[in-house]
Design a protein around this ligand. Sequence first.
Ligand SMILES: Nc1nc2c(ncn2[C@@H]2O[C@H](COP(=O)(O)OP(=O)(O)OP(=O)(O)O)[C@@H](O)[C@H]2O)c(=O)[nH]1
Ligand SMILES: Nc1nc2c(ncn2[C@@H]2O[C@H](COP(=O)(O)OP(=O)(O)OP(=O)(O)O)[C@@H](O)[C@H]2O)c(=O)[nH]1
Ligand SMILES: [Mg+2]
Ligand SMILES: [Mg+2]
Lengths: 277, 291
Amino acid sequence: LFTRQNFDEDFFAELEEILIAADVGIETTLELVEKLRDKIREEKLKAPEQVLAALKSLILDILGRDPVPLQLEHKPTVILVLGVNGVGKTTTIGKLAARFTAEGKKVLLAAGDTFRAAAIEQLEIWAQRSHSDIIKHQQGADPSAVIFDGVAAAAARGADVLLCDTAGRLHNKANLMAELKKVYRVVDKALPGAPHEVLLVLDATTGQNSLAQAKVFNEAAPLTGVVLTKLDGTAKGGIVIAVARQLKIPVKFVGVGEGIDDLQPFDPVAYVESIFT
Amino acid sequence: NLSSKLQETFRRLRGKGKLTEKDVNTALREVRLALLEADVNFKVVKDFVATVKERCLGSEVLESLTPGQMVIKIVNEELTKLMGESVAKLKPADKPPTIIMLVGLQGSGKTTTVAKLANHLKKANHSPLLVAADVYRPAAIKQLQVLGEQLKLPVFQMGQQNPVQIARAAVEQAKKNHNDYVLVDTAGRLHVDEELMDELVQMEEALQPQEILLVVDAMTGQDAVTVAESFKNRLGLTGIVLTKLDGDTRGGAALSVRAVTGCPIKFVGLGEKTDAFEPFYPDRMASRILG
Ligand SMILES: Nc1nc2c(ncn2[C@@H]2O[C@H](COP(=O)(O)OP(=O)(O)OP(=O)(O)O)[C@@H](O)[C@H]2O)c(=O)[nH]1
Ligand SMILES: Nc1nc2c(ncn2[C@@H]2O[C@H](COP(=O)(O)OP(=O)(O)OP(=O)(O)O)[C@@H](O)[C@H]2O)c(=O)[nH]1
Ligand SMILES: [Mg+2]
Ligand SMILES: [Mg+2]
């Protein structure tokens, strides 16, 4: 593609295919290519390498060029983790907890998934692995009650960070989204201003549905960031570009494996490079 | 939706007399967009549109009074044909037990699907044995045990041993206890993880299963083709289970996986409970993908 000399329709078609294959989505892809044509005209770009650089620059205009860190100044900082079923919420909490305890922070986990089989046991293992404590009730308990207790315990014990796990839920289930709204309200009641971070976990292998997920979850609990998981596979998760553009929600971390260390801060420049390799 | 977009496209084109190939291309662009929005893989879309185009260049469309409706009819027919037939049957062994392996990416819904399949078999008067062969994920064995308890069905586990050994021992127990189905829950894995893919190859070799079902999340995007191809190249896949179809994804991954593996989609998951399990209906899937 980038050894061509002229920018004919085949050239743009091939660029579109790279973006579509990365799950950028057809709407965002067509907008990006349209902007690229303007840039080529305005800046009189001649070489294919210039055009590729221009396209990467357009994407970075949307994603931002600098990593966006977590807001960790509050004590305790309350982080709510949500998303649809199976995307990697519980595992991501384990990884985040380990990051914080390695920095000498006191970390508490709240087992807010009281529904799925062995969800609490799964989080307990991550608590052990990351040297953090866990607040849990019995299976079937009210998730809001567990998370309320988690916030109270975090404040009482002087924890630096409270990570709240929630059950996976499909965003088109009104009753489950109502439950999530209640959890969000309860956290704020327990500690005004909390949650300080609301992270949506998105699976890189998911297609356009991630945008719908982001929109609906954002309405239930205003999102402060995205964690994009399973980037160690072959999917690129390009839908985060549309999420950034339409909802202004930044990707803060990426999951790159199932191990406790497999979490990295999101580096927009490296990410955009990876779409084209 | 696609139907109204095509009606509109042809309404605008009609005014200028007889339809040409160029007009058909304009209409097919709408079909391409609709399928890409539905997450169908772009290469699968290319092939599909080419097939549809061939039929659209005949008189059935060019001389129709309602060409938009004709194109929709052709798209629906070709899509339903590609989806295959409703094949919710499992291939039984000549001598019990019938062995079924469930495989797929992390978080696709395998463990839950094993429980649903066991429930489905129990309701049809079979006696399945569930096998906890995921020795990696925290509390995976416990998860299957809890589901087995809910269904009052036996779960075979040997703690964190070699998954292939666990599965073989389970088959021996099934023979002793007259379980006529053995359902093996395997750990989620990446198609690009050589070591873990080798583990599945060894398991297939050791068990000689009647079925290997690839469990695919209905919201999977373009990657569905790469994943399905890799699993198909290494294993004797016999079927697909599409999960989380109770979401609002258009589910184009179904078309991608069908096109690339040729395997029948046997069942769909429609919820988190163990009874949220149904046979796959190709015509319903086709109209869902078209939106
Ligand atoms: N390869 C890979 N696997 C991951 C990653 N993150 C999570 N997983 C795996 O994905 C599967 C699901 O992870 P969970 O943490 O249980 O996901 P969840 O969102 O909490 O799931 P539910 O609570 O059931 O909705 C597990 O097998 C994890 O090991 C990642 O970054 N890469
Ligand atoms: N809504 C809905 N949720 C489902 C369906 N199937 C599975 N799930 C949920 O998806 C999540 C992941 O399911 P699991 O059965 O743990 O997935 P898995 O493939 O075994 O995961 P790993 O073993 O980590 O690879 C859980 O929260 C399940 O309850 C479905 O058809 N609909
Ligand atoms: Mg979880
Ligand atoms: Mg599992």
